[in-house]
Write a protein that binds this ligand. Structure first.
Ligand code: FPP
Length: 252
């Protein structure tokens, strides 16, 4: 049975988030510069996105550029930004052909004008698509997002529009960039690193974590299938006991 056939279509995660890591090491292993790794990472993005759409996932979030990535050498940042522009332009047709809607989270206004312009255009162009929602996390970090949410809530309180006693987790979530997006059930990180790196800290409270040794440019749909199969073989308890989940004997 192929890996794809081993996936139970009735138990698919609705939302998968991926920390795409290992581009630099992939390039360095080949005696090349880091940008070469990012360029080759695009093929992994394409295959993963196509596979996710084909499987019928609802949401796929890719951590493409973190707030902390602004501290990288200028040349690498510039190369990543132009890669983003060219990929978004080149791939908008693929998004249309696969009924994929593009979306973004992060401090989009901090991106270079050209990135913002083409990103917003691709988001507009794919707005009516009803299949997979592809969310690019760009200039994103969880602490930035959470701090922002706290500021907005504080402003509402200052203006008398909100009472502190009315703050609960649903209200808090409505101030996050991901408002309206279901939490990822599965978080994948590539390249053999076991870190979350400031990604969706609030949203992954109950996500299943899957770490792959594969460096991102080598990641293909089979790796995604393996992660989903692993996810489907886990018992998600959300703080309850195993028997409560299986509904066997709720008192044991
Ligand atoms: C992490 O590898 C990867 C990134 C910071 C950038 C990811 C970007 C792409 C795959 C390019 C295009 C993306 C889209 C969505 C069009 P790293 O540089 O941290 O690798 P290292 O840990 O080996 O140094």
């Amino acid at each position: 049975m192929s890996l794809k056939q081993q996936i139970n279509p009735d138990k698919l995660p609705q939302h998968i988030a991926i920390i795409m890591d290992g581009n630099g090491r992939w390039a360095q292993k080949r005696g090349n510069n880091r940008v070469f790794g990012h360029q080759n990472g695009v093929a992994a993005v394409r295959d993963t996105v196509e596979a996710a759409a084909e499987l019928g996932l609802g949401y796929l979030t890719l951590y493409a550029f973190s707030t902390e990535n602004w501290m990288r050498p200028r040349t690498e940042i510039d190369a990543l930004m132009s890669l983003l522009v060219s990929t978004i332009n080149k791939e908008t047709k693929t998004l249309q052909d696969n009924n994929i809607r593009l979306s973004a989270i992060g401090d989009i206004n901090s991106l270079p004008k050209s990135v913002g312009k083409y990103l917003k255009k691709a988001i507009m162009d794919t707005k009516a698509n009803t299949g997979l929602v592809l969310i690019l996390a760009l200039s994103y970090s969880s602490r930035w997002e959470i701090t922002n949410a706290v500021k907005q809530i504080a402003e509402r309180i200052e203006k008398g529009e909100l009472k502190a006693e009315n703050i609960d987790s649903n209200l808090f979530e409505s101030f996050l960039n991901t408002a309206g997006i279901p939490e990822p059930e599965l978080l994948i990180r590539t390249s053999g690193e076991y870190r979350i790196s400031n990604f969706l800290l609030w949203q992954i409270a109950y996500s299943e974590l899957y770490f792959s040794d594969t460096l991102w440019p080598d990641f293909r749909r089979e790796h995604l299938y393996e992660a989903i199969i692993s996810f489907q073989n886990r018992e998600r308890r959300f703080g309850k006991t195993s028997s409560q989940i299986k509904n066997v004997n709720v008192n044991s």
